[in-house]
Design a protein around this ligand. Structure first.
Ligand code: ADP
Ligand code: ZN
Ligand code: ZN
Length: 702
């Protein structure tokens, strides 16, 4: 019998409300089923979203095409998965089709039913197999036992606030293990910020649960690998999915536990297409599925901290504390070096250098954090003031000494370093400021002659996005740190995250001051988290923890942020920040969305946004919206459009407009209406220079 199907296909983001297209079908297809449909002159993958017995009235018969095939071998995507996709689309202002297709492995489209059937041969790990590596290799700590007991009793969501090295990861694994052993079909999702950065964790999980029942999901995988993992999760043979933010959309029919490790990490926010927060979606999805969810961090996001306050306005999450390190290990002693008392242009203070030398002599490792890669951020001519600006961006190109290039970190534009100043011919152009390459070089010079206990010369190594470009190089570099080959490690935030280094006893932040006075209100929060994380790499071996140190070189040693850091007092820092945010009406006590426009000129980018806003404001005054909407609109502030802080990238001018409201509901209604005025504005001839616009709900940087 003829049916009409609403199908989610990957139509362009703004094509139509909902992004669903109607097709006809003689084949029996149920809601959630994967299908192939004609789209333009191609055939694309789609998901059946609704089935109708008669043609929906707004659609005329002759525009409706027939679906091409049903992917018989794959079970339909269940209601919860579809609800998650639908919510994401609505909340982050994109189409259902776009979100659904981005959530599925691209290779699904190319498979025939026969190929699928072959791949779907199910090998599901039995509970016995999974619970065999399950026993913890050591007795759990009192703290771990307590937290696990609290989680067994309460529904959650849980926020575990636990010191670095307090044994959080072990708690996640135990919670997951218990759940999987209780119900032979249940599944768990373990999310981490960046798997590539922590291959150690992947090994730990696979070693514990056996490789069969565990699959990974992250963007570093090949298309066939992604497909394999996806199918295993979808048909239930994978009991654990270990993945980055994209894994929040894994189809897991028996999902019972979700863990979001390092929940404060910015990489949980997708930065293109639907700009979702996988952390926030994890909480939504857990509720939907009746699953439990843990958010864990040593420095929770202020959002999560706020939600877990035991007060009337918080209280949505249950806060669980793990303040002590495993095995009576101590957190590093924090030393602040007042750079005002150092000779001008000092990079590393003499105290810090001797401290590092001492560690090397004792056979211990040190780690230096500098969040800027390259040799120097700018090349400069002192004669005519020429600077290494990018021709295509409003930014400087970074000097990389290793291959003598100037590289733009925004658009990638790369040139060889000129022999002389391109403006005046002066042969003496010099680097300004410093990055990790230079720090590595500088350190090697300062440490010449210093010997390790085995008599070998000291070895300095740098880990950053440049040193790890080749596949496998990060793993190799990390292995050298773990094995003790390396004495001093220099790097960007990459080395601060999650690693379980056993021999590092000294960590130093070389130049962290920039974030103290940033225009971005989240900069202090990010800096504090980064420094706590970095400090957490020191003294992870309890035996060495008492002598471990975290050094901070700063021109503002008595700044409140460093005072809190000194005491490892995240709660004090968080409460002080929350107070400021509340007073200024900033998140998490209000909600924000950014509308960004890209255009050929900054004037067009700005005018487009301001004009759309003008139209939005006039909806109320012209009585074009009902009373209810007009009330909601009055709760939303829309600020005038401004150029973005890096206003031109790859010859595209960028502007943004901030919307803010104490009410999430009001903000969302305003966004829906704003989308309409943006569309209307787009079609006006004077905005021809516009390239695109996009919406970022709950933006992380403004
Ligand atoms: P976190 O995730 O809080 O930083 P981890 O779970 O990685 O902490 O634990 C820190 C270190 O302590 C790891 O090397 C881990 O293997 C070890 N560990 C965890 N729990 C225990 C325990 N109960 N007894 C002994 N060592 C433990
Ligand atoms: Zn010059
Ligand atoms: Zn550029």
């Amino acid at each position: 019998m003829q049916k009409w199907l609403d199908i989610a296909v990957s139509a362009p983001a703004h094509s139509q409300v909902g992004g669903l297209l109607t097709y006809a079908s003689e084949l029996s297809a149920e809601v959630g089923q994967l299908v192939r449909v004609p789209f333009g002159n191609r055939e694309v993958l789609g998901v059946v979203w609704a089935v109708h017995d008669s043609l929906p009235s707004k659609i005329s018969t002759h525009t409706v095409r027939n679906i091409a095939a049903v992917l018989e071998g794959v079970a339909p995507l269940n209601k919860h998965w579809r609800q998650l996709v639908q919510f994401t689309a609505q909340y982050y202002q994109r189409s259902i089709g776009e979100v659904a297709m981005a959530a599925l492995p691209p290779q699904l489209r190319d498979l025939t039913t026969i190929q699928l059937a072959r791949r779907l041969k199910k090998h599901s790990a039995t509970s016995e197999e999974l619970t065999a590596a399950l026993q913890s290799p050591w007795p759990l700590s009192e703290q771990q036992i307590q937290v696990l007991a609290q989680m067994a009793e309460a529904p959650g969501p849980f926020l575990i606030h636990g010191a670095t090295g307090s044994g959080k990861t072990e708690v996640y694994l135990q919670a997951v293990a218990r759940c999987l052993s209780e119900d032979p079909e249940s599944q768990a999702l373990l999310m981490v910020p960046e798997i590539n950065l922590t291959p150690q964790l992947e090994e730990r999980v696979k070693a514990r649960f056996g490789a069969v029942g565990v699959v990974s999901m992250h963007s570093g995988m090949t298309a066939p690998q992604r497909l394999k993992s996806w199918l295993a999760a979808h048909n239930g043979s994978a009991r654990i999915v270990l993945g980055t933010r994209m894994s929040i959309f894994a189809s897991m029919p028996k999902l019972k536990w979700i863990v979001v490790d390092e929940e404060h990490d910015a990489s949980y926010k997708q930065q293109e297409g639907a700009r979702y927060s996988a952390r926030d979606l994890a909480v939504y999805r857990a509720k939907l599925e009746g699953a439990k969810v843990i958010l864990g961090s040593a420095t929770p996001s202020l959002e999560s901290w706020h939600h877990s306050r035991p007060t009337a306005e918080g209280g949505r999450y249950l806060r669980l504390q793990m303040p002590s390190r495993i095995g009576a290990g101590q957190l590093p002693f924090v030393r602040r070096v007042d750079m005002n008392h150092q000779p001008r242009k000092t990079v590393l203070s003499s105290q810090l250098i001797s401290a590092i030398q001492e560690r090397v002599a004792k056979g211990e490792q040190s780690m230096l954090l500098l969040n800027r890669r390259g040799y120097a951020p700018v090349l400069h001519c002192a004669d005519c003031d020429w600077k290494s600006e990018c021709a295509h961006c409003s930014a400087f190109r970074v000097f990389h000494k290793i291959d003598r290039t100037l590289r733009c970190h925004h658009c990638g534009f790369t040139e060889r370093v000129p022999r002389a100043c391109p403006a005046c011919g002066n042969a003496d152009i010099a680097p300004m400021g410093r990055g990790t390459e230079q720090l590595e070089e500088h350190l090697a010079e300062l440490l010449t002659g210093v010997k390790r206990p085995d008599g070998q010369p000291v070895r300095v190594m740098r880990i950053d996005a440049d040193s790890t470009k080749l596949k496998g190089s990060l793993e190799a570099q990390l292995a050298d740190v773990h094995s003790g080959e390396v004495d001093v490690l220099v790097g960007t935030q990459m080395i601060a995250k999650g690693h379980d280094f056993r021999r590092i006893t000294l960590v130093a932040a070389v130049n962290p001051d920039g974030a103290l006075f940033s225009s971005d209100f989240r900069a202090p929060e990010r800096l504090f988290a980064l420094l706590m994380q970095a400090g957490g790499r020191a003294g992870r071996d309890a035996a060495q923890s008492a002598s471990s140190e975290m050094w901070v070189q700063t021109f503002h040693p008595s700044h409140a942020l460093f005072e809190a850091l000194k005491k490892h007092d995240y709660p004090a820092f968080a409460e002080q920040q929350l107070k400021e945010r509340l007073e200024a009406g900033l998140p998490p006590t209000s909600f924000q969305a950014l509308i960004r426009s890209d255009a050929k000129s900054q004037a067009v980018a700005l005018a487009f946004l301001n004009h759309a806003n003008l139209q939005l404001q006039s909806l109320s005054s012209l009585n074009q919206v009902d009373e209810n909407d007009s009330g909601l609109l009055s709760e939303v502030s829309v600020y005038p459009a401004v150029p973005m802080s890096i206003q031109r990238v790859a010859n595209v001018e960028r502007a943004q407009m901030l919307m803010e409201s104490p009410s999430r509901k009001a903000l969302h209604r305003a966004l829906d209406l704003m989308q309409q005025t943006l569309h209307a504005t787009r079609s006006e001839p004077e905005h021809k220079g516009l390239i695109r616009w996009l919406v970022d709900v709950d933006p992380l940087a403004i």
